[in-house]
Design a protein around this ligand. Structure first.
Ligand code: CA
Length: 366
């Protein structure tokens, strides 16, 4: 009996000790309910920009509510603390704790960041969320950003975008020859190879470029965002589908040391608030895109057009070549692209008989 009590006591003592030692070796931060963490967050969007810009504001709000005011995040629009394209460096260097933007802005620094926003003919919102959170995407993203002292999280999704606004009809791949279009990134490269002259312009410059005929076409996001910029006043045709951005993900980046300085409960709050923001944006876009599209077509008389299948097939062919060249010689980008593509092949098989079959079924006529 005595022996049993003693051994129980020893086990208890051992567990107690080991728990303490684990605590210190993992660098657990003591929870101090009176301590208020004040963080700054820079973004690549104008302050309070509908949809994209509000994700950062929502993160700040959710973290404040969940932490009962123990963590305050002040959000800055592009250019207020740092320019839009300075967000990555500002957070990486620890000048600010948090950033919000689109990861593909940083392909010049981290090639593989492209895969965390959008890949032409890639994953939809539902699929990319699944790859990131259940398919190994998150771990690879952390690995790619670790050398930059950054912890990335998905922070919003626009859903499938539109192919864009055109003042010329696209009836065949030949119609892309000489077309001047605002379309950035890999999609721009693909359009260039199809013969278009592509340019990169910030969203706020698109309207004037279309109006003055500097470009014949431009892509931005989708009906919800495009309506606010008024592109329907300066372009005739609104083409779909957004073959190049099937579910563009936004990102939250956190300075790693700042993240590790948080006690466990606040780390969890930041993480789950990001997860909520990620879903929240998709819900907002789904609701608002439909409303905005109805207004564009019924009130403003926009001509909605679908890109012809043979044009899409041709773009997909070029896209494969561009992707192969893009990852060549970059070990991390190759590793992430392979994971992304393998996940895509798997999920496509199931979505054939689930999402796609369900949507087609709803369209069956009596
Ligand atoms: Ca876009």
């Amino acid at each position: 009996m005595k022996k049993k009590i003693l051994s129980t006591f020893l086990i208890f003592l051992f567990l107690g000790c080991s728990d303490n030692s684990v605590t210190s070796s993992e660098g657990k931060v003591e929870i101090d309910l009176n301590k208020v963490y004040k963080w700054n967050m820079v973004t690549t969007w104008p302050k309070n920009y509908p949809g994209l810009g509000l994700a950062a504001e929502n993160l700040s709000k959710y973290v404040d509510e969940m932490s009962n005011g123990r963590m305050k995040i002040k959000v800055y629009g592009a250019g207020e603390l740092v320019p839009a394209m300075g967000v990555f460096d500002a957070v990486s260097q620890g000048n600010v704790e948090l950033g919000h933007g689109a990861s593909y802005y940083w392909t010049g620094k981290v090639k593989s960041s492209q895969f965390y926003t959008a890949v032409p003919f890639g994953l939809t919102a539902q699929e990319i969320n699944s790859w990131i959170h259940w398919g190994g995407g998150q771990e690879l993203w952390e690995e790619a950003y670790a050398p930059f002292n950054l912890m990335p999280l998905a922070g919003g999704n626009t859903g499938v975008q539109m192919a864009g606004w055109f003042n010329k009809e696209i009836n065949s791949i030949q119609d892309l020859k000489g077309l001047k279009m605002r379309i950035p990134g890999l999609a721009g490269e693909i359009f260039s190879r199809a013969g278009a002259e592509t340019v990169v312009l910030p969203g706020s410059d698109i309207f004037l470029a279309l109006q003055q005929g500097v470009v014949d076409a431009a892509e931005w996001v989708g009906p919800f965002n495009d309506l606010t910029f008024g592109f329907h006043q300066v372009a005739k045709y609104y083409y779909y589908p957004g073959w190049h951005e099937g579910g563009s993900t936004l990102e939250i980046i956190i300075n790693k040391e700042a993240y590790e300085s948080l006690p466990d409960d606040l780390r969890a709050i930041v993480k789950y608030a990001a997860r909520a923001v990620n879903q929240e944006m998709l819900d907002e876009y789904t609701a608002n895109n439909n409303r905005a599209l109805t207004e564009l077509v019924e009130v403003h008389g926009v001509e909605l057009r679908k890109l012809p299948d043979d044009v899409l097939v041709e773009l997909r062919k070029i896209s494969r070549e561009v992707m192969e060249e893009f990852i060549e010689g970059d070990e991390m980008a190759t590793k992430i692209y392979n994971s992304y593509e393998a996940f895509k092949q798997d999920v496509i098989e199931y979505h054939e008989i689930s999402e796609k079959a369900f949507i087609e079924m709803r369209d069956l006529e009596d």
